[in-house]
Design a protein around this ligand. Structure first.
Ligand code: HEM
Length: 455
């Protein structure tokens, strides 16, 4: 019998032994919030503290998380800090909308994300992945983190607009990068509860990008509207057409369509890219896990089935991807705020409490997982996966505000992995020393330099 080597333990900050001072905390939040969490965050069911922003509850217990995200979800709105960072960019897009606007928008957008439409996106996803993969023919060393962002951006641009973006598309991609680099950050002034009129340096820098970006999206929408009017039967079934179809008194307003396009760009490509990069890195460090996955993707490639069906035939690949989402959840923190007082068991949650449901700590919690820091895809193999509590594994959140793009992301990831792994092998090099940093997503600081070879 094969002796399995010890599982790979990828890099992550060690839990802090003692809490930081307020000044240290602000510095850490600015640099890398993942370095903030101490031993209790990885061991306790919940932690109630009084912070500079008011009462704060860190919720790690699956029952408590269920209370906040599902059973009493109406008592928990989006947290103040999160809204301050994201709303100036995304306005009434689904991620940042609240109350009646959110309810109407979510309902109007449900038809956009039906399995039929997601499956319809499989061919363009495959086309983009195949086109992208050509760059690796020459081999060499590449930054896989940057590459995966480019690949998922290509896929999103294709499924959003079918390539029909107003103006020059290269500069659009560059502005997307700049915008999220400068604006998607927690400003220390927000944490200190400074008034809104005080300018935030993190936001000022992104203002020009945002104006440029919104103008292009508005022009792109207008171009498509005219095309639909002229050729009602000859327009591509991409997100843009589907969203424009949702326009109306019970559906979306024109401004909301624009906000949602920007939301999809913000929420829908870097997240998937991060998970792909971390997974390929973990597999490179555990070749005994990679080998059976390579066999699986080869078999899928040779099977002749359409790419929309691949996900059903890839239990090993899917398990490794889910394990990467556990160790490096692209959205490491889900933030809420209690609207009224609430209770759970003997815990009292006063009105105004900031509630942190953190996939980062929950996915590494000692009471919930065995060997939590190790990369062990078998946890998610069929048979084992069913034993994982719904509220201890939250890469896509849960409840009414669960990620609307989860099936899109899973399908996209599987297609990208079949194309990449059936052709190439990605190995670490001496410079591969990623360090997880929370910006908008869980990013590998230092990138993921990897050597590519043809299989
Ligand atoms: C691996 C990839 C992805 C991850 C890990 C992810 C994660 C998440 C999480 C955790 C939430 C819940 C946030 C909260 O409750 O505060 C969320 C919401 C959302 N996601 Fe994703 N996401 C991914 C891909 C996508 C894609 C591809 C799209 C769009 C095409 C998308 C669009 C959205 C939107 C619009 C929401 C807001 C839903 C609502 O509030 O009703 N996401 N995502």
């Amino acid at each position: 019998m094969d002796a399995h080597p010890a599982p790979f333990v990828p890099p992550a900050p060690k839990p802090r032994a003692s809490p930081p001072s307020t000044l240290q905390m602000i510095r850490i939040v600015y640099r890398n919030p993942l370095e903030l969490w101490g031993e209790p965050s990885y061991n306790e069911k919940w932690i109630s503290v009084s912070s500079i922003g008011g009462p704060l509850l860190i919720a790690n217990d699956p029952g408590l998380i269920r209370r906040v995200l599902v059973d009493n979800a109406k008592n928990y709105k989006m947290a103040r800090v999160r809204q301050k960072i994201l709303r100036p960019i995304l306005r009434d897009g689904l991620l940042t909308a609240e109350g009646e606007v959110w309810r109407r928008s979510r309902k109007a957008m449900a038809p956009v994300f039906t399995p039929r439409h997601i499956h319809g996106f499989a061919p363009p996803m495959l086309k983009c992945a195949e086109e992208f993969a050509k760059r690796y023919e020459a081999g060499g060393t590449t930054d896989l983190a940057r590459d995966m962002t480019m690949l998922t951006y290509d896929i999103l641009a294709e499924t959003l607009f079918s390539g029909e973006i107003a103006g020059e598309s290269g500069s659009f991609a560059k502005q997307v990068d700049r915008l999220f680099e400068t604006m998607g950050r927690v400003d220390p002034l927000d944490l200190l509860g400074a008034p809104d009129w005080l300018p935030r340096i993190t936001r000022l820098l992104g203002r020009n990008s945002l104006a440029f970006f919104r103008r292009i999206v508005a022009e792109t929408m207008e171009m498509r509207r005219q095309r639909i009017a002229r050729y009602p039967d000859g327009t591509p079934e991409d997100f843009l057409t589907l969203l424009l179809r949702a326009e109306g008194p019970d559906g979306l307003t024109r401004a909301e369509i624009e906000d949602n396009i920007i939301t999809f760009i913000g929420a829908g490509h870097e997240t998937t890219a991060r998970a792909l990069g971390w997974m390929l890195y973990c597999l490179a460090e555990s070749p005994w896990e990679r080998e059976p996955i390579e066999k699986e993707v080869d078999a899928v490639m040779a099977s002749g089935t359409g790419p929309a069906e691949w996900i059903e035939k890839m239990p090993l690949t899917r398990a490794a991807f889910e394990e990467a989402l556990r160790l490096y959840p692209p959205a490491p923190s889900i933030n809420r705020e209690a609207v009224e007082d609430d209770t759970y068991q003997d815990l009292v949650i006063p009105k105004g409490t900031q509630v942190l449901v953190m996939p980062w700590t929950i996915h590494r919690h000692r009471a919930l997982w065995s060997d939590p820091e190790a990369f062990i895809p078998a946890r998610f193999a069929p048979g084992a996966r069913e034993k994982i509590d719904r509220f201890q594994y939250l890469p896509f959140g849960a409840g009414p505000r669960v990620c609307i793009g989860a099936s899109f992301a899973m399908q996209e990831a599987m297609i990208a992995l079949v194309v990449l792994m059936s052709r190439y092998r990605f190995d670490t090099v001496a410079e591969t020393k990623p360090w997880p940093v929370q910006k908008l997503t869980t990013q590998p600081q230092g990138g993921l330099p990897m050597r590519v070879t043809r299989r």
